[in-house]
Design a protein around this ligand. Structure first.
Ligand code: CDP
Ligand code: MG
Length: 173
């Protein structure tokens, strides 16, 4: 009888432990990744996607889009007063981009880690294994985007995937 009670107690504790730990550790987060025009024209798309998948992200949505000036300016509105803004808009509208929703636990921070610092030239020295070191060139042409916070990620995902862009500008998978 005592043995039965001990076993039942252990079994109950095991169930409670599994329930608590699965609730705490499996929480998925979403972030927005973009392969910028230089990443696409430099044929880095497949290599970048391979790194994404090998790093445990799921690509839950993706879309190729040619941004126009208005789209790009709205997306980067936070930088509208910066000296680099005009060049940034020219860069982001210079060819198609691949926009992706990336999902995993702690996705925002993990994707920022994986892409490396904004200045791709410096990333080649300080973060040689980062994506920006692999395919970026300098402070502007850094080949990928990553949301900088959970709030930005949700806003940026909604920007691309809840609005309905015109059919001729978009091919969605
Ligand atoms: O993309 P990230 O969040 O790392 O950097 P940001 O400060 O939000 O800047 C957005 C984008 O503007 C960068 O990814 C660069 O392409 C560009 N940029 C630039 O051309 N010159 C700067 N001094 C800073 C950013
Ligand atoms: Mg940013």
């Amino acid at each position: 009888m005592t043995q039965f009670l001990t076993r039942s107690l252990f079994f109950s504790m095991f169930i409670v432990f599994r329930f608590c730990s699965s609730n705490g550790s499996d929480e998925q987060e979403r972030t927005l990744g973009i392969i910028k025009p230089d990443g696409i024209s430099g044929n880095y798309t497949e290599r970048i996607k391979q790194v994404i998948l090998e790093s445990g992200f799921e690509i839950s949505k993706e879309m190729v889009i040619q941004l126009d000036e208005e789209n790009a300016a709205n997306f980067y509105a936070e930088h509208s007063s910066k000296s680099f803004f005009t060049n940034l808009i020219r860069y982001m509208t210079s060819g198609p981009v691949l926009v992706m929703v990336l999902e995993k636990e702690d996705a925002v921070a993990h994707w920022r880690d994986l892409i490396g610092p904004t200045n791709a030239g410096k990333a080649k020295i300080t973060h040689p294994h980062s994506i920006r070191a692999m395919c970026g060139v300098d402070l502007e042409k850094n080949c990928v985007h990553g949301s900088d916070s959970h709030q930005s990620a949700e806003r940026e995902i909604a920007f691309f995937f809840k609005e309905a862009p015109s059919e001729d500008a978009v091919s969605q998978t």
